[in-house]
Write a protein that binds this ligand. Sequence first.
Ligand code: SF4
Ligand code: SF4
Length: 121
Amino acid sequence: MEYCNFCPGYCCYRLEGSVLLIDCDDINRLARHFAISDGEARRRFMENRHTFKVKEDGSCIFQSREKMVKRCTVHEARPRQCRSFPYNSPCPYLEREDLLKKIQPRVETCLKNSWQQKAGS
Ligand code: SF4
Ligand code: SF4
């Protein structure tokens, strides 16, 4: 969706009770993207049989810490669920304040840390 181009990727943050479901095709697509085996992709990227690892703030391991928009670092090889969301419906993250309240502080902290690191280097 076009408005995704201007969003910091709220849907790439794990929330309690929600899960990004990864299947065999998703693993294979990523394995080809990184030129590694499916097994290696599972070992590197999966938290368990069904979903990716996340960073300490709950964001997907493939989400860039440095950018504000277009943050998926594997955009061409992203999983099916990422391609389909929000399933031809209005995006809930842009409509529901309760969701934004949970994620917005994480986005801001991530960007602040990234900028501070850059300023210090
Ligand atoms: S689906 Fe919604 S939350 Fe995800 S990137 Fe697009 S606008 Fe942002
Ligand atoms: S693979 Fe990309 S689009 Fe999907 S959750 Fe991770 S960062 Fe977001």
